[in-house]
Design a protein around this ligand. Structure first.
Ligand code: GLC
Length: 415
């Protein structure tokens, strides 16, 4: 049973500060937004505030929930750091080159955290995990919320293993990520999975739909055209290439139009496709008149306008917010069969799946759905019911609040 309020022993409300990397609206940012909404809706009397490493639409969405936001922009040297390209020695060199910027940023972050005075600091995103260790004093309980696999990133893994000595708990977004964190040697008193919440007031079948053709600058599609879309950031592993190749394999006969919804949002060097690169690939596959690029769009409106939503990540997806959001909107989904994404749906019951990186198999699943609207409807209905049951905002907020309480009631000193 949860305490009805978030009071700390002194009688004042518990303060929680969230540190998050980006002000864009990628998966981990949507998960943070959902968590904040769940906590506010549950009226657990926490005082929440958020510090973001870059400005962007997330800030406004958080402020609309009545949660104060501070933007403390990362210097370029930190924004660009990443392990997606330039592995090994190259990344070390850049890390060393960024040390001055890291120290300066950590100092500013420490001052801001002190001013806010939180009891719990909840960090969201790998760079913030590292910076939080350098910026949060021992009096505050530090929690890492891990949204991505760390095991295969050698440098990140080492840094996190080093920093985890200061952390009270590690939240993972799926069982797969929890297993990865444990096998990476990050050992805390508590490593637990809390599945993300989905805002089903926003992600639901009822509501407006985006005019996909108009925003993509394409002529209106013929009646009966099946609209298939991939929605997400332009990270290379999100599988845009597989999606486009699968559309190419469907051939011109199928009355199908594809949509690439989203834009590059992170600054990490070499980690993303540019819009021009993807448009060039469309041209080479002779798909330019059958694929629209909408740019950044409201995710719920875009999902509602589609008949089929494709998730095509070529690497195991840690969770896959877009899969759960699409199911919540009652859409037929074809997802990559790997990683935490598989924990969201039950294959052939609430979604179809394909082998990551296999455009042939994806095309076969798409062809099945294109010719069978009944199957699309059945999968969508089952999927929406499953999301309401398993990924509610209230469940996510309550599990997270319980963790805060457990930690504050048991003020163990970390090493
Ligand atoms: C990260 C992961 C994605 C997950 C999201 C929210 O963006 O890559 O799989 O859905 O975080 O947890």
């Amino acid at each position: 049973m949860l305490p009805s309020s978030g009071e700390v022993s002194s009688g004042r409300r518990t303060r929680v500060a969230y540190l998050s990397v980006s002000g864009g609206l990628g998966g981990s940012e949507m998960a943070l937004l959902a968590l904040l909404k769940g906590l506010q809706d549950a009226a657990l009397a926490f005082d929440l505030s958020v510090i973001l490493g870059s400005a962007g639409p997330l800030a406004e969405r958080i402020e609309m929930l009545g949660v104060p936001v501070y933007v403390l922009p990362f210097p370029a040297a930190i924004s660009r750091l990443g392990e997606s390209r330039g592995k090994g020695i190259h990344t070390y060199v850049r890390l060393v080159g960024a040390l001055f910027s890291i120290a300066g940023y950590a100092w500013k972050l420490r001052k801001l955290v002190r001013r806010i005075g939180p009891d719990v600091v909840h960090s969201n995103g790998l760079k913030m995990h590292f910076l939080s260790v350098c910026s949060v004093g021992r009096r505050r309980a530090l929690i890492w919320h891990v949204h991505d696999y760390v095991g295969r990133r050698a440098i990140t893994r080492r840094l996190l293993r080093w920093g985890s000595g200061k952390v009270r708990a590690v939240i993972c977004n799926s069982l797969h990520v929890k297993a990865d964190v444990a096998s990476a040697g990050i050992r805390r008193p508590e490593i637990l999975t809390i599945y993300n919440g989905i805002d089903t007031e926003r992600f639901c079948a009822a509501g407006s739909g985006l005019d996909l053709d108009r925003v993509s600058g394409l002529p209106a599609a013929a009646k009966g055209t099946v609209r298939v879309g991939l929605l997400g950031t332009f990270a290379r592993w999100k599988g845009h290439e597989v999606f486009l190749r699968a559309l190419g394999l469907l051939g011109e006969q199928a009355a199908v139009r594809g949509y690439v919804i989203g834009a590059p949002i992170y600054q990490t060097d070499g980690s993303q496709f540019s819009t021009d690169e993807l448009k060039g690939l469309c041209a080479r596959l002779c798909l330019s008149d059958r694929v629209g690029f909408t740019g950044f769009a409201d995710a719920a409106d875009a999902l509602r306008a589609l008949d089929i939503v494709v998730h095509a990540s070529t690497e195991p997806e840690p969770f896959g917010m877009v899969i759960a959001e699409a199911l919540a909107c009652g859409k037929a989904v074809v997802a990559s069969r790997a990683g935490g994404a598989q924990e969201i749906f039950s294959e052939r019951v609430s979604a179809l799946a394909h082998t990551p990186g296999d455009p042939q198999e994806l095309a076969a699943r798409l062809a099945e759905l294109v010719r069978d609207p009944g199957l699309r409807g059945r999968l969508g209905a089952e999927g929406a019911a499953g999301v309401r049951e398993r990924f509610s905002l209230a469940r996510c907020a309550n599990e997270t609040a319980s963790l805060y309480h457990r930690i504050l009631e048991n003020p163990v000193r970390v090493s």
